[in-house]
Design a protein around this ligand. Structure first.
Ligand code: ZN
Length: 249
């Protein structure tokens, strides 16, 4: 592992436009289970493909929120872990020009990262599908804490969490920014994602086809392992801090 830490650090040092892409594996150490790993937490009881869909929300917002408020509660207590903190430090040192994340937990922002594209949305706000207004995370959690079974907009409609539900399009602005970064990247480091979900899974290909190199840091194989410069199976919350240390940030 020492060798891959040195090589990754060297690549980042020589990079003109290093971009990072993170997935669920970066947040597991914060106690947030990856719903694609079976038998973890709330996903034991419900099938996200059934409850976390836009059609389930539209059909029965009460049922949707009876599930989602539990998820919000779990996400609310989660804190950034050493992987998030290392990425924020790397950004501060100029080693991250863009951080694309599939995570909706806002932990990158809480850790201090600023150049973040949340391509699956975030719980930091909720949206009204009727009038289009946006409501803060604090406002939504207050309504839930006060006993509301469905957080409501001022117009009376049910609010939807600002995360992308199954069956919804990805947020256009975030995905455009992510694609722009991926196309400019001379180094893309993928941390904690199996790259199984499109369109995000296509972003490393944008980097590659523009001549950039890939570094994969994930505990299981990805479709890009064979075309990557470095593949590390180390734990992201251990490896990323060691890279930050190696780079002196
Ligand atoms: Zn409204």
């Amino acid at each position: 592992m020492m060798q891959s830490i040195e090589r990754i650090s060297e690549l980042l040092q020589g990079a003109r436009f290093p971009v990072f892409l993170t997935g669920a594996g970066v947040s597991t150490d914060s106690g947030i289970p990856d719903f694609r790993s079976p038998g973890t937490g709330i996903w034991e009881k419900v099938d996200p493909m059934e409850v976390a869909t836009i059609s389930a929300f539209r059909e029965d917002p009460g049922r949707f929120w009876s599930f989602y408020s539990e998820r919000m509660g779990m996400l609310s207590s989660a804190k950034p872990n050493p992987a998030h903190i290392a990425l924020a430090r790397l950004e501060g040192g100029g080693y991250v020009k863009g951080l694309i994340t599939q995570n909706i937990d806002r932990l990158h922002s809480l850790a201090g990262s600023q150049l973040v594209a949340e391509v699956h949305g975030s719980i930091d706000h909720a949206e009204c599908l009727e009038c289009g207004s946006s409501h803060s995370y604090d406002r939504v959690t207050e309504m839930l804490a006060a006993g509301a079974s469905i957080p409501l907009c001022d117009c009376g409609a049910a609010l939807k969490p600002g995360v992308v539900l199954f069956g919804e399009n990805l947020p256009g602005e975030a995905i455009r920014e992510a694609a722009n970064w991926a196309g400019q990247a001379d180094v893309m480091l993928v941390a904690g994602s199996s790259l199984g979900v499109y369109p995000v899974a296509g972003l490393p290909e944008l980097t590659r086809s523009a001549g950039g190199v890939l570094i994969i840091m994930n505990d299981s194989p990805t479709p890009y392992d064979e075309v990557s410069e470095i593949v590390s199976r180390g734990r992201v919350e251990e490896v990323l801090p060691r890279i930050a240390e190696e780079l002196g940030v």
